[in-house]
Design a protein around this ligand. Sequence first.
Ligand code: A3P
Length: 326
Amino acid sequence: MESHVEKQNRDVLQKSFEEMIFTLPKVNFWGLPLDLYQYQGFWLTLPFLQGALSAQQQFQAQPTDIILCSSLRTGTTWLKSLTFTTIARTSYNDSTTPLLSKVPHDVVPYMEFDHAQFSTNRHLGSPLLATHLPYSFLPRSIIDSGCKLIYICRDPKDTFVSFYHFIAKYSKSLDTQIIQLDEAFELFYEGVSMYGSYWDHVLGYWKASLEHPDKLMFLKYEDLVENTVLYLKKIAEFIGYPFSSKEQQEGVPENIVQMCSFENLSGLEVNKIGKHRAGQGNLEVENNIFFRKGKVGDWKNYLTTEMSQRLDQRTLQKLSGSGLSL
Ligand code: A3P
């Protein structure tokens, strides 16, 4: 429960954020009745920006925290399911896991939405948290605590196509129409997208992973698709929950992969009809929005050859000299 003093502090912070936010550059967000604000080089909508600022001021990381980091539509839902199931494997089985009754986003909360407002609401029972914040936005306490981070990214072409569909579906719930795909493409290309530019988001974590490989694991969605069991084992090792030889012989990693597969999760009742952040205004979405196709290369169905070549060129140019390819 938030105390009187905490509420007062929150109100004061909120006011100072509002004054600062309204001085920032702003553009309409892809035809939605929302704006994107440019803060420290990245574009964010108001609730996300307020969450980021609150987290920077107030979030207290623990050394045991494991923070799943990503931009949007790069495999966050999947990574949440896999890590949660791995960590909680001795507490739950396939018929008792909370993933049967909750969307993965309600099982692994977002730092900047669920824990940024005041420190006392932190449930320390689970070490898992997630964030969409760029690396340069992370609260100081995360870096100082030495906790583990995992970042997942994805081919920018699939990321864009997935994000466009996500926003198109979301816009229906707001009773509006998103701009056409080719217009959105130009904006994404220029970096004007949630947490854009996408490439800068990826690069921030990529560089940090080179500096602190023991603290930050860098993953690609495509690698996870290609060999999910192998990468799950690497993840488990990295976060300090390795699979024993006995577990490996019993096929525990394979079971987790099966439990968290796109086919299994997207077919669960809760993910077909449930709602995430119900009653929280513009933040409310249907759980099924998090599951679309779960395929690599779906961009081929939506981008022209010219568009795909331009995006590839952009990726080459942006990642040039970094040692990373996408
Ligand atoms: P598509 O839109 O290409 O299908 P995020 O969770 O970061 O929002 O990413 C969403 C993308 O991951 C969507 O991609 C979604 O379908 C896919 N996805 C969701 N759950 C998945 C799973 N269990 N396995 C593989 N992909 C998954």
